[in-house]
Design a protein around this ligand. Sequence first.
Ligand code: MF3
Ligand code: CO
Length: 253
Amino acid sequence: MIIIKSTREIEKMRVSCGITAEIMENLGRMVEPGVATGDLEREAARFIQEMGVHSAFKGYRGYPAHICVSVNEEVVHGIPGERVLAAGDIVSIDVGIEVDGYYGDMARTFLVGKVNGEKARLVEVTRLALEDAVEKTREGNRLFDVSHAFESRVVSQGFSVVRDYVGHGIGMKLHEDPQIPNFGTPHTGPRLKPGMTFALEAMVNSGTEAVKVLPDGWTVVTRDKKASAHFEDTVAITGEGPEILTCPRKKKQ
Ligand code: MF3
Ligand code: CO
């Protein structure tokens, strides 16, 4: 069942998602050659504590860190640790936050130093696929119109959509119905209504779609070891169309 949120609930999600976006901004500024993924984790833990909010990920099904950090061939759910970023890498950071019972979930892929053309194009196409999907997340459309939007952008650019992991509803839980695949048949699936809130997750591989989980039980990697990118936003359907909730909140003057 897809839960419809009230205006009051969506306002609460603006708060949790706004903080999620602020944390992402701060982490994004740290990305440079020589930084270890564990350094990003330590900073994230510090921001989260300072702001008095909670990580949605730490302890989730035993996940050991506050954020996910996935480098190059790592698709999603990379556990931050010793790996050191080098020029030419791409790094995806995934942040999920709970404030006052409501969740925000967001991911961005950053370029580390100078990155080759093909990898940079992968990141740009993944960003655009999410943008296309957000645009379809509106009343009058059906769920798989959103899925199809991801797929058509990605396939038209010669990349592959990840099929084994999906976006999701979000609200009072990190994962609510529905599951939102990155591929699908247009004009099918549940009808979209105002008050629905989704974490849309564009996950795109530069090679084949095949992925596997490493022995750490979390890190998802491409089987062909080619690069993968991930962009995610939490979006609310309003009467006026989609609203991206994972934006830093404007400071009051
Ligand atoms: N954005 C991802 C998701 O919604 C991150 C989850 S990491 C986990 O599934 F550790 F919490 F599983
Ligand atoms: Co998510």
